[in-house]
Design a protein around this ligand. Sequence first.
Ligand code: GLC
Length: 680
Amino acid sequence: MNSGGCLGVSSMKPCSNILILGKKSSIFGSSLLERGHSCEYNLSKSQLKLYYSSIKANCSHNRKILGFRRVIDSNRRVFGGSGSNWGQSKVFLADRVKKNGSFRSVIANVASNIRNNSNSVGSRLPENSFENIYIQGGFNVKPLIIERIEESQDLFGKDEEKGKVDEVKVNDGTFGDTNRFSEAEVSEPALGIHVSEVEKEAWELLRGAIVNYCGSPVGTVAATDPADKQPLNYDQVFIRDFVPSALAFLLNGEGEIVKNFLLHTLQLQSWEKTVDCYSPGQGLMPASFKVRNVPLDGRDGEFEDLLDPDFGESAIGRVAPVDSGLWWIILLRSYGKITGDYSLQERVDVQTGIRLILNLCLTDGFDMFPTLLVTDGSCMIDRRMGIHGHPLEIQALFYSALRCSREMLTVNDTTKNLVVAINNRLSALSFHVREYYWVDLKKINEIHRYKTEEYSSEAVNKFNIYPEQIPGWLVDWIPDSGGYLCGNLQPAHMDFRFFTLGNLWSVISSLSTDKQSEGILNLIEEKWDDLVAEMPLKICYPALEHDEWRIITGGDPKNTPWSYHNGGSWPTLTWQFTLACIKMGRPELARKAVAVAEQRLPGDSWPEYYDTKQGRFTGKQARLQQTWTIAGYLTSKMLLRNPEMASMLFWNEDYEVLEKCVCGLKTGRRNCYRLAARSQ
Ligand code: GLC
C-alpha cells in the first residue's frame, strides 16, 4: 500500500484524540471543537465526503490515554455469558462529547463537526496509522449525523463520580493476556500441526484475498478469480463472506484483521444511505464494501484509500442486506470468545452499533409473528427465490444475534428495556419456530388432515395452510425419522423446501430443540445423496423447476434448476455443517463431507458453487478461487481438529428462555416442543 494511502492530516493527530475521551480529560470538552477547527480538509470536486474514523490505536503503541477504571458488575450480563473477564479493570475509549450539558454520540457527530469547521488538508499521518478519514465519493452515501442524545451514563456517570480515573495504555493490537494472538503470527497456520498440501494452498489463497486499508488488513475480497474479466462486486469485502475467513484467522491465532473489520464496518453503519431519495434504517450494515485507492485531488502522484460501502443501493435487485448486521454481531461475539479480548465488545461505539442493529430488528411494525419480516434476497440468497416473508435463514441468524447481544450488551438504564425486549423476543421466536416451522412425517400427516378456514383463537391450523400445499416430492422424500425446519411460514403459505443454512444455524444456536437438531442431522445423513452427493452442500432442496421456476424466480437464467441459489451446491456451507455436527456429537459426519469437498476443490480451483442434482459440475457462472469456499474449508478442518474451539461458537439450550414459556399449549391439545425440550 503506498504511503499516501491514508488521507494524511497533520492536525488530525490532535483531532484523533478527541475521540478518546474522558469527561475530565484534558483533551476533552473545550479542546474538541477548537481542535476540530484546526483540522483542515480539502474537499474534492466530486463532493467527497469526509468521515473521521473513531479511535483505534493499534498503530500507535506508546500512546497513553486517559481512561476510566470501572468495577465490573457481575450481574452485568443478565444471563451471565461465560468466558468473560469480569472483575478486571477495563479501559473505555469513550466516543462521546459533552455538549450543552448532555452527552451526544459522536460516532459521526464529531466527524461532522470537524467537517463543517474545516477547509484544508494538513500534512500526513505516518503510514499504518489508524487515525484515518473515510472518504466516500458516492452521492448516495454520506456520514450520518447522529443527533440522538444518549441517556445512559454508566461509563461516565458513576465511575467518574467515584473519581476512578487511571492512566492506561491503549490496546496495541494484541489480545489481552492471550499470548497466542499477536500481530507477528500471521504467516503460518498456528494450530494446524500437520497441515496438508491442500490446506497450505488454501492458506496461500486466503492470504492472497486480504484487503488492506491504510496499510492494515480489513477483510478479504469475495473472490480472486484470475480469469475473471468482469468481477462485478466480487472484488469487494462482503460481510457474510468474511465470516468464515474471520474464523479461519481467529482459529489460527490472528485477530487483528477481524478486529479491524469489525471496527471499520461499524463506522460504515453510521453512514446515511439513500436509494432514490429514500433512506433505510440507521442500523443497517452494508452488504459489502470496497477499498478504493484513488488519486488525491490536487496532489500529483499521491493516492488515498477510501472505503466505499454498498448498502444495497448498487446491488443487483437493490436487495437489503438484512443478514449483514446479524453476522456482524455473531462475529463480534466469536472474536471475544476466541481471543479473550472482551474490551472490543465493551467499547461504547461497539455497544451503540449493537443497539442500532437491534433497534432495527426489534422495531414494532404490523407483524403478527415474532419472526423477522424481510424482502426476497435479504441474505445469502440475494436474488429473487421466493423467500420473502419470514425465511428460516434470517430467523436463525436473528435468534443467534439476539443470543449474542444478550451476552454482550452492557446492562444499564439505557439498555435495560432493550434487554427485556431481547428476552421476550428470544422466547417468542423459539416457540414460534419450534412449533410451526418443524416438518416431519407426523407433522405432514397432521397437515394432510388439516381443516381449513378455522376462525377462532383455538384454531389448530392457525396459518390456514391448505393440505394441497404439501408438495408431491415431500411425500416420498421425508424419512420415517428425522425432520427439518421448513423454509418459510406465513398466512396460507408454508415453503416446504429444505434450506441448509437456516437449518444448520438453528442447530448451532439451539433455535431448534436438541431433539429437532438431532432430527435435522439424521435427515441430512439419510438424504446424503440429495444434500451432499458429490459436493457439500445443497443451498436448498429441491430446485424450482418449470413454471414454478419461471414464476418464482422471474425466469432468472442464473437460477435455473439445480444451479446457483436454486438447488446449487455451495461448499462454503461445509463449515457450518461441521460446527453443527461437532455440537451434536457427530463429527464423523462432518469429516465425511469435508473429505468429499477436499477431493475436488483444489482441482476445480475452489469454485463458488456447483451445478446439477449431484453437484457434479462447476457452477455455470461460478467464480473460481472464491474466498468463502477456501475459508470454509480451512475453518472446517480447524474446527474438527480443535472441537473445544468449536464449542465457543455454538450455544446449548437456553433454559431461562424455556422457563419463560408462555405458550398456550401446556394444557391444550398437546405439549409444545419447548416443554418437551425441558424434559430432555
Ligand atoms: C453472491 C451470493 C452471496 C455472496 C456474494 C459474494 O451474490 O449470493 O451470498 O455474498 O455472491 O460472494
